[in-house]
Design a protein around this ligand. Structure first.
Ligand SMILES: NC(=O)c1ccc[n+]([C@@H]2O[C@H](COP(=O)([O-])OP(=O)(O)OC[C@H]3O[C@@H](n4cnc5c(N)ncnc54)[C@H](OP(=O)(O)O)[C@@H]3O)[C@@H](O)[C@H]2O)c1
Length: 275
């Protein structure tokens, strides 16, 4: 079974558009990019396009790559104080000279629609999430839409980043899965991966997961977005793994669109909580 994130995302956005329209609210999202990284510009453009689709007001702030941590902090504080802005998204990665944790912590937790503020990660970790990070949240939605019930399953997550691996582990644990997290220091990762009922690959290495790492019938979620010879490629070798897996997300068209749908949902949630 192909877990079609593009299709599910379109349907979620259509529902959200109706919900926003009948709420009488006018949610607003502000994005901040520092520098001119083409990848970041592309992702932010996609987010603004989704905003248009569901009638979320959006405005993008682009700061020069030479901006200092204090320049970015100043901008974030302006947005925190702006009552027309419900959600703030600072596009990561920031240039290396910027103190990223300080910027993340400067975003008001009430407007932190990316869910990366320690207050929101702490709520998630304690089992009472408000804003969950968009990529793992989108994966949970996709699993639900396809009737995959994580309760009692062994979920193995490859990667332990703040953006993906750690919040993914919390969400799956909150859904009563038994969770194992693997990372670059894990010993015999293939053996652990190959006993997973749900395998989430978020390592950022093209085709890292091959069929020998996948249990027959497992649900395989490919978070990776790697560029190889000008083409987008996941962390999973899709063609060989699909023969073994019970369900699998494609790249593109799997996790990526779900991430954007979750951002829209978090922004509407922010507008509701702030109204
Ligand atoms: N589709 C989407 O919406 C979306 C959203 C976010 C990210 N992504 C993509 O997902 C991928 C992961 O993103 P990220 O932000 O989580 O990346 P990241 O911050 O670079 O984290 C990568 C993780 O993978 C682990 N890792 C790296 N090489 C490994 C190896 N050989 N064996 C085992 N573990 C290894 C690292 O372990 P250590 O901690 O030990 O270093 C780290 O925990 C990237 O391709 C990214 O572009 C996609």
């Amino acid at each position: 079974m192909i877990l079609d994130g593009k299709k599910v995302s379109e349907s979620r956005l259509a529902t959200l558009k109706e919900e926003i329209s009948s709420s009488g609210l006018s949610p607003g999202l502000a994005t901040v990019i520092v520098g001119d990284d083409p990848g970041s510009q592309l992702y932010v453009r996609m987010k603004h396009r989704a905003c248009e689709q569901v009638n979320i007001r959006s405005h993008g702030i682009v700061l020069p790559g030479s901006s200092t941590t204090s320049d970015v902090l100043k901008q974030v504080r302006l947005l925190n104080d702006d009552r027309t802005v419900n959600g703030i998204l600072v596009q990561l990665p920031l240039p290396p000279h910027i103190d990223t944790p300080r910027i993340i912590e400067a975003v008001s937790p009430e407007k932190d629609v990316d869910g990366f503020h320690p207050a929101n990660l702490g709520r998630l970790f304690s089992g009472n999430p408000v804003y969950s990070p968009c990529t793992p949240k989108g994966i949970m939605t996709l699993l639900r839409e396809y009737g995959v019930e994580p309760e009692g399953m062994h979920a193995v997550i490859l990667g332990r980043s703040i953006e993906v691996g750690r919040p993914m582990a919390s969400l799956l644990l909150n859904a009563n899965a038994t969770v194992t997290i693997c990372h670059s220091k894990t010993q015999d990762l293939p053996a652990i991966a190959s006993i997973a009922d749900i395998l989430v690959a978020a390592v950022g290495k093209p085709r890292f997961v091959g069929p020998a790492m996948v249990r027959q019938g497992a649900v395989v979620i490919d978070v990776g977005t790697n560029h190889v010879d000008g083409k987008l490629c996941g962390d999973v070798d899709f063609e060989s793994v699909r023969a073994v897996a019970g369900a699998i997300t494609p790249v593109p068209g799997g996790v990526g669109p779900m991430t954007i749908a979750s951002l829209m949902e978090n922004t509407f949630l922010a507008a509701r909580l702030q109204s």
